[in-house]
Design a protein around this ligand. Sequence first.
Ligand SMILES: C[S@@+](CC[C@H](N)C(=O)[O-])C[C@H]1O[C@@H](n2cnc3c(N)ncnc32)[C@H](O)[C@@H]1O
Length: 270
Amino acid sequence: MVEEEHAQSDAMRGAVPPPEDHWRPYADNFRDDPRRAGDPMVQRLLKFLGPNDTLMDVGAGGGRLALPLALHCRGVVAVEPSASMASVLQQQAQESGINNVSLTQSSWEDAQVEPADLVLCSHVVYVIREIDAFIRKLDSHARQRVVIVVYNAPPQSQIYPLWQRVHGQDRLALPSLPQLLEVLEELGIDPQVDELPPQPPRGYDSLQQAVEQLNRRLYLAPDSPEAVRLEQLLPEMVVEKGGVLQIKDAEPLRPSLVWWRPKHPIVGVG
Ligand SMILES: C[S@@+](CC[C@H](N)C(=O)[O-])C[C@H]1O[C@@H](n2cnc3c(N)ncnc32)[C@H](O)[C@@H]1O
């Protein structure tokens, strides 16, 4: 599924090569105040983490989870391959006076790190090709628990309906919770699955912002017939809710915590 989705993206890009750092335009959205109160995901994860524990955050992004959790544990290793995400994380840690987080700028597949008590991997698995090896490595680096955070549907699924209208073809879906559960079963892992409250559909501050972001997400060249089509279609495809514009009928995404106690070596495929 990952390869087919990426091949469809490449075909839409045409001669334009994929960006070196896919996350650069979005990295700032992954910045959040580490001392914010009442974040249900942080509160839930804290139940797994004691003050003397260590945390490994695989694909830590801008530190949305790693930094608030670092305030309550001994230390965090953040594994993050994207330079723009890593820089948001480091900047935010410095501004917030958090100094028990060390960054390994690498993919998880290539990372050389020591085990930690809790291994967390939030909203990463959708794009992992060699998912069995990736999960085995999560398991083998956890002393107490592995926690994967994943939505019930692909993160971009709310804009999938636009593909048919703009490109005349269905968007090929990335894997999400159902496929992860199948993989874990094949690996002989029997996880707990805790569903958290649904997240409201993404909002755009203005039609102009929606056009800009969707042009990028739909791989539209400026002034192409598809870009013109999107601009014409969009006003009838969005509704205003709570002061922002949302894609009509977009289903809220529901995050789940999929967690287990490590059982290396894992039996199963491969
Ligand atoms: C959607 S962001 C999630 C960031 C953070 N975990 C959160 O929940 O806010 C996905 C992150 O996974 C990282 N990532 C993608 N492939 C990865 C891999 N193979 N190993 C480690 N991280 C990866 C990306 O660079 C990106 O920062």
